[in-house]
Design a protein around this ligand. Structure first.
Ligand code: PLP
Length: 396
């Protein structure tokens, strides 16, 4: 075949999440949407903030359309980047600089650009299981070997002892995701400090840089009053990958950024590599209307109080029924132990009750399912009897 077999395979074999999402659409057409309990995909179910829509309307009415819809600088409009960096500094007391920010089409683009900027042949990229399955696709496509380090079974925090054993002179980057997809776990300041100390020690020992890639699309979705520490304040060699997809309910608009820490000694070179990777991948000039809109709406979030309510109901009801779940601190996912070791088999059995849960194998952590609760509370309430019946089936 005169095509890239790797790409044909990637294109043919959609992710398990997408596969279930597609099944859900077919099933809803068959038996009615209200009878299918689709917990498969992390697609926000609340509208974007009013201010976003109003800002877009105002810009469309008032701005010169040629400028508004035109190309910006490849890295994004400088004034937009300055405003977004200022918002970060206000919110997190950080030292973000617009000239070290690269605007992207969401966190997926932020991650692929960052990995392509950093990775050279022979490099390893470390992730903690369970992890967002696309990390494997992004890291391997950039030419790295993905090294999977487990989390601690008790609290699903990164297993730092296992990390110590896994960092080698080939390690180029460690990806963290807090709050986490699929567990909702937040890495506290103590965890970040420990991670930073470990990486700094290895940087010295090996005489090379090891980068921390903080994938943070869920940063603002927090349920427990816990703080999500800002990673550049803990570790100099950090790249923050942010996205407005989740907290601002704008996943289809494709807007986010990469922020290179200003404390990084070789920040200028890393930023140049980010610009180069963006160019090589064709990810230049993120959508202009969204750039200008988010510059005015950096701190706006959707009213996602419903996710909090859903989380509380699910946590209470699933525990009451007898399921073992990880209480999520943030994001809109709940990680639940499957009632048999084979999560795929459990997924199939749940499907008989129209419960669409994502088996955890592709997250690198078998034996669980992920429940995306960014759905209506009505769906949660209606699904509880189905969870009960599923549990009863396993007690027979
Ligand atoms: N990273 C994580 C952990 C995610 O869960 C997602 C989307 O679900 C992404 C990145 C990609 O987000 P975006 O829509 O901003 O590309």
């Amino acid at each position: 075949m005169d095509l890239s077999q790797k790409m044909v395979d990637l294109g043919r074999k959609s992710s398990k999440i997408r596969e279930i999402f597609e099944y859900s659409k077919r099933r809803k057409a068959e038996i009615g949407a209200e009878n299918v309990f689709d917990f498969s995909i992390g697609n926000p179910s609340v509208p974007a903030p009013k201010a976003v829509e109003e800002t877009m309307r105002r810009l469309l009415a008032e701005q010169d359309p040629v400028l508004l819809h035109g190309y910006t600088a490849a890295a994004g409009d400088p004034e937009v980047r300055r405003k977004l960096a200022a918002a970060i500094n206000r919110d997190y007391d950080a030292d973000a600089r617009g000239e070290l920010m690269y605007l992207t089409c969401g966190a997926a683009a932020s991650l692929t650009i960052s990995l392509n900027a950093l990775v050279v042949p022979g490099d390893e990229v470390i992730v903690f299981a369970p992890f967002f399955p696309e990390y494997r696709v992004f890291a391997e496509q950039a030419g790295a070997r993905l090294v999977v380090v487990p989390s601690r079974p008790a609290d699903f925090q990164p297993d730092y002892e296992a990390l110590e054993r896994s960092v080698t002179p080939r390690t180029k980057a460690v990806i963290i995701n807090s709050p986490n997809n699929p567990t909702g776990v937040i890495i506290p300041a103590s965890g970040l400090s420990r991670l930073a100390a470990l990486l700094r020690a290895r940087e010295e020992e090996y005489g090379k840089r090891i980068y921390l890639i903080a994938d943070e699309p869920y940063r603002k979705l927090v349920w427990t009053g816990e703080e999500v520490p800002y990673p550049t304040r803990y570790y100099d060699d950090t790249l923050v990958c942010y996205s407005f997809s989740k907290a601002a309910s704008l996943p289809g608009e494709r807007i986010g950024y990469i922020l290179v820490s200003s404390a990084m000694k070789n920040a200028a070179d890393v930023y140049a590599a980010i610009c180069g990777a963006g160019r090589a991948l064709g990810f230049v000039c993120a959508p202009s209307l969204l750039q200008f809109t988010m510059a005015e709406c950096a701190d706006e979030t959707a009213d996602f109080s419903i996710y909090r309510k859903n989380r509380d109901i699910l946590l209470r009801e699933l525990t009451r029924i007898g399921y073992e779940v990880i209480p999520p601190d943030g994001a809109f996912y709940l990680f639940m132990k499957a009632l048999e070791p084979d999560a795929d088999a459990f997924y199939e059995r749940a499907r008989k009750y129209e419960l669409l849960l994502v088996p955890s194998d592709s997250f690198g952590c078998p034996g669980y399912v992920r429940i995306a609760y960014c759905v209506t509370t009505e769906q949660i309430r209606r699904a509880i009897p189905a969870f009960e019946k599923l549990y009863e089936e396993y007690q027979k």
